[in-house]
Design a protein around this ligand. Sequence first.
Ligand code: KG4
Ligand code: ZN
Length: 355
Amino acid sequence: MADLLVLGIETTCDETSAAVVSRSEQGAGEIRSNVIRTQVEIHAPYGGVVPEIAARAHVELIDHIVAEAMAQAQVGFKDLSGVAAAAGPGLIGGVIVGLTTGKAIALAAKKPLIAVNHLEAHALTARLTDQVAFPYLLLLVSGGHTQLLCVEELGRYTRLGTTLDDAVGEAFDKVAKMLSLPYPGGPQVEVQASLGNATRFAFPRPLHGRREPDFSLSGLKTAVRMEADKLAPLSDEDVADLCASFQAAVVEVIEDRVRAGVRAFRERVGRGPSSIVVAGGVAANSAIRERLGVVAAEMHTRLALPPPGLCTDNGAMIAWAGAERLARGLTDPLDVSPRARWPLDAAAAAPGARA
Ligand code: KG4
Ligand code: ZN
């Protein structure tokens, strides 16, 4: 089998992206192009992603983004081995735009279609960037998802733990909103945290010490709100101290929950993970990145952290997941349906399953 060359399309949320990625027979990946257009500015006035506006923006952008990705990679549709598109989970209007585009190109160019699960793409990115071997522990932390997964093999994902309420990124965004920081909130909270005193407020560490590697964030978020209400009107120093104390609590929660995740992984697989892999937008947070490095060393495993640009939504991860599936002969019919919900671990539904 020669190298595979796959076009990947991502439109499940507020990033319109297309990329061309190659995969060698040995499983080495190379990003030939990765064009990402974020809609952050379009949604900023609303303080969050507006699904209808996102879908319309995807429609307007997607053809240009695909053309740009193909041009940057210096390939034509005839050179592709397959066309991959994220088929969910996500905002259904956007998913339809990307999947339909992928189907049209696959049909016209007579190439196989790979309908990719967006979460699986996050899960497999570390195999593109770090050639991580199965089985590994995945911490997926984004605005919509907070899960610990055992990645045993391609297509074999077992959810070890999930959030019982808010996702970690959602908690960052809500804290930012209550402190009147601009959208998107996560990066703003991190900046404020670096200026503040992390010991001023003793916020709770929900589920600390609990054996099951689940998460809970809403009590922590409420504690921040109550403190902010008490202090109002807030000074700059108050905002920075609230952010620093909140982030310190999140870092400790993640540390404790990942330890529980490694233990649950060992019980399930009979050995430790080859790596702890982190994916999702929250993985861009440097305090979290730093602490996870320490945890991995203490748990006798390594940390695989894709660069921040590949932790957030992007077409390269879709193309790569498509290539991994194509290498195993896994393709999809042209009438495959888009899915708003599509959990990686079909056996694990509630509680708090947001996929
Ligand atoms: O994976 P992503 O780009 O989109 C999805 O949610 O699918 O993740 C975005 C989330 C947002 O909640 C954002 O606030 C959070 O990741 N985030 C951060 C940071 N950068 C992005 N949270 C904390 N610290 C950051 N530096
Ligand atoms: Zn995502």
